[in-house]
Design a protein around this ligand. Structure first.
Ligand code: GLY
Length: 298
């Protein structure tokens, strides 16, 4: 809000907001202190989208840089590309002058060790880097309660420009290289000044398969209200087959600044909103929508 009140664009506000969460070591789903993958590395996914131009930038499986959102913005601004992954993303972050940092905090690593040792013998844990059966262990190490968490920001500036930003360290103990919905434009993030913006948090595979964020914006384009658009995108998740269906929350803002927050998690989940006439951010209860949940090899 400080950025917006200073006349800076929605993109700046979104980037600044996401950076706050990425800096918070107590948040184990994003940035510094994010829970690591199966091999103990923090791999980050992030994206940013400019609703004015539909330009977007994203990074996936980025290691060693705490502000994935800012690297994503540089991809948008400096390259003729949208998405960089893995080694390329890391190389680019270095080229752009971002500072390397240790993202693996002691408490996140302790939680990782404890979690894996509940699922596998010590000898297996100690030789995981050489293991040829990580695909087996990933199912033991992941569970829907601990699967993930993501930060979502959407901003509308005084010029009527929308921007959206998403950042996450993804599933706890995910298979190395696993990429969720957060850096995928249309899945976890979409913004278009003409209609609105939407972002997702929860089980990224569901938003990927349903194209959830883009669906919300397309539903807005058909003339639905923002509530109806997000509800329909949530209900679309019921069309997903298979065994790995779980939490999903969608946040949206229409071009007039009307917000909507929905979840299938539980009654009482919240999001935060702030307008220029408010003195402090307010918690808003998300609308609960029941969708199918089933988790295969529990
Ligand atoms: N929604 C974040 C993820 O699945 O990685």
């Amino acid at each position: 809000m400080a950025a917006l009140k200073a006349g800076r664009p929605a993109l700046d506000a979104v980037e600044a907001g996401v950076r706050e969460v990425e800096s918070d070591a107590a948040d184990h789903s994003v940035g510094l202190g994010g829970y690591p993958n199966l091999l103990g590395d923090v791999e980050q996914d992030a994206s940013i989208m400019d609703g004015r131009t539909l330009l977007a930038g994203a990074v996936a499986a980025l290691k060693g840089y705490p502000h994935a959102i800012s690297v994503a913005r540089k991809v948008m601004e400096m390259l003729p590309h949208v998405l960089l992954v893995g080694e390329g993303a890391t190389r680019f972050a270095g080229e752009m002058g971002f500072t390397l940092a240790e993202l693996r905090t002691p408490d996140a690593m302790a939680a990782w060790r404890e979690r894996l040792l509940k699922a596998m013998p010590l000898a297996t844990f100690e030789t995981l880097h050489e293991a040829r059966d990580l695909a087996h262990w990933v199912y033991l190490a992941s569970d829907p309660e601990r699967a993930g968490g993501t930060t979502n920001f959407i901003a509308l500036d005084a010029e009527g420009n929308l921007a959206s930003g998403v950042s996450t360290s993804g599933w706890f103990a995910k298979y190395p290289g696993r990429v969720g919905d957060s850096p995928i434009i249309g899945a976890g993030n979409y913004a278009d000044n003409r209609y609105g913006a939407a972002t997702c948090t929860g089980m990224g595979e569901m938003a990927l398969r349903a194209g959830a964020a883009r669906s919300v914006v397309l539903y807005l384009k058909t003339g639905m209200t923002v509530d109806a658009a997000v509800r329909q995108a949530m209900l679309d998740l019921n069309d997903l087959g298979g065994d790995y269906l779980d939490s999903m929350s969608i946040l949206a803002l229409d071009r007039e600044g009307a917000p909507a927050g929905f979840t299938n998690l539980e009654q009482g989940e919240i999001y935060w909103m702030l307008t220029d006439t408010m003195t402090a951010p307010a918690q808003v209860i998300r609308t609960f929508v029941q969708t199918h949940k089933r988790w295969g090899k529990r």
